[in-house]
Design a protein around this ligand. Structure first.
Ligand code: FAD
Length: 287
């Protein structure tokens, strides 16, 4: 199957890309790695008349530490994340998550900007970004703004991106030294989207949880932050009762679709199991 006809544009600066998006209006879409957009075009689920390729835009790639944040350019690929010493040293949970996305061929092309801007509940990075307290740099005809990942997702394929805006970078606060982390993803086979996934970051002192955040992937129309579940484990040693309570609280906010990955009750149940596994593995990594 091939996509319908479109006109290809290759701007070399963010301002040129924004101008094209504004001038061409609703029928134009940014193109990053193309591994979500092109399949949707082949299926006629998206039919843009103009593609604004961001590959030639200067300055959209790279991973740097800026004070207490790791700043990742939107066109940085998932493969770049895996190869980065900065990510391995300061954000190992991002590395673990990137390794669970699709397969090497897709990771060579797929970008962090495309993954978080896409708005597909099956994408793995959005829940992770919410859990890490990340923010997105959005540049458009009215200038630059920074949006918290937690405010960005509004529904399946609906985000707070305004017409003409491009996501140019993701900024992630560096987690506390000695933190524990885990991304647990249940999928039907290698290369599949999550049936259910949970991301956890936590700190512990004297075997008790001090801080915790939990993100959930593909368990609702949008990525979720399981705030009550995370609060409930604070002060506990993550014994069996605390783990089960966290899973139950997380399941309360899950609203997965019934689809080829299973009926709703199954997906919620395995979602709870992913939360327990991620909490346990994160705790084992503390220090
Ligand atoms: P594109 O496909 O180019 O764009 C996606 C959308 O985001 C488009 O609407 C585009 O207009 C918009 N966009 C892109 N960049 C920007 C920007 N900078 N600013 C504003 N809007 C932008 N993903 C997962 O997370 N987990 C998986 O398990 C997984 N499995 C996959 C399996 C297969 C077989 C395939 C084909 C893909 C899979 N993916 C998975 C998707 C893959 O990770 C995509 O690469 C990613 O979701 C989108 O990134 P992209 O750079 O390819 O974006």
């Amino acid at each position: 199957m091939i996509p319908g006809p479109f006109t290809y544009h290759r701007p070399s600066s963010v301002s040129d890309a924004i101008k094209l998006l504004v001038d061409l209006g609703d029928e134009a879409r940014p193109l990053a790695g193309g591994h979500s957009l092109i399949p949707m075009m082949k299926l006629r689920l998206a039919t843009p008349e103009h593609l604004i390729d961001l590959q030639g835009v200067d300055g959209l790639k790279g991973i740097t530490r800026e004070d207490d944040n790791i700043v990742i350019g939107a066109m940085t690929t998932q493969h770049d994340l895996l190869a980065s010493e900065v990510i391995a040293s300061w954000l190992p949970v991002l590395r673990e998550t990137a390794l669970l996305i699709a397969d090497p061929q897709i990771r060579y092309r797929g970008t962090i900007g495309g993954n978080v801007a896409n708005g597909d509940p099956g994408n793995d990075m959005p829940a992770l970004m919410m859990m890490l307290g990340a923010s997105y740099r959005l540049e458009g005809p009215d200038g630059v703004r920074n949006e918290a990942a937690t405010d960005f997702y509004q529904g399946a394929y609906f985000t707070s991106l305004e017409p003409g805006e491009i996501l140019t970078a993701v900024s992630v606060p560096v987690p506390a030294t000695g933190h524990g982390y885990a991304y647990e993803k249940l999928k039907r086979k290698i290369g599949d989207y999550a049936t259910a996934a949970a991301a956890v970051i936590l700190t512990m002192e004297s075997c008790k949880v001090v801080t915790c955040a939990i993100g959930l992937t593909n368990l609702s129309e949008t990525p979720l932050l399981a705030e009550k579940a995370a609060e409930a484990v604070i002060g506990t040693s993550l014994d069996e009762a605390a783990l089960r309570n966290a899973a139950a609280l997380a399941e309360e906010i899950m609203l997965p679709a019934a689809d080829g990955r299973g009926p709703i009750e199954y997906r919620k149940s395995v979602g709870g199991i992913m939360v327990m596994r991620a909490l346990k593995r994160a705790a084992a990594r503390v220090g």
